[in-house]
Design a protein around this ligand. Sequence first.
Ligand code: FDM
Length: 215
Amino acid sequence: MTSVGRTRGALIVFEGGDRCGKTTQCGKLVERLQSQGVDACMWRFPDRSTAIGQAINAYLAEHSSMDDAVIHMLFVANRLEKREEMLQLLAGGTTLVLDRYSYSGVAYTAAKGVPHLSLEYCKSLEVVLPAADLVLHMSMTAEATAARGGYGEERYEKVDFQRKVMEIFGALRDDRWAVVDASSTIEAIHEQVVATVMPVVERARGGAPLGRLWD
Ligand code: FDM
């Protein structure tokens, strides 16, 4: 993907297992960026507000069942339907902080171990989307997240499955990923996140090109 100019926003993604504290950290990061004069906003994937997102929500809440390939496609479509808006915001200088993205998409589906839904196949469906400038991997054991409040309410919140997801996240890491110990305190994590994110926001502002997924 080509550079979108000297003032583009950064694409910052939080990834990790369920109940690891991503949403809290996304919110705190956006507040901090805004307080420092950085135009920033937070999105979540799945975006449950769209028609596709509502179908995903029903599946996650176990109010409906779906073929694994079909639900995977819906998660992908839920990102593709936001692609244009995402690119426009970034090009206009807004830093986007995402609570999950395609990395969750491929990790959760590949963790199911369905032969025709391999990691490589899943990746291939999203090559038209921008890559994150930075992925903050909130790392925590599946057992530790399971001990947190509310765990088990949604479809994928099962320790064995989460363990497989974590393994795949580990295999996806490259030099754009930073690992954050999600078992630390909220404030300690936040300070680590801010220190990691600021140089990335500066690089994007300075014209570092936006990448394409999996390049
Ligand atoms: N999830 C999320 C997927 O399986 N695929 C995806 O593409 C995305 C974005 O949906 F269990 C899973 C991950 C998680 C659930 O949970 C959404 P949260 O609590 O909204 O992050």
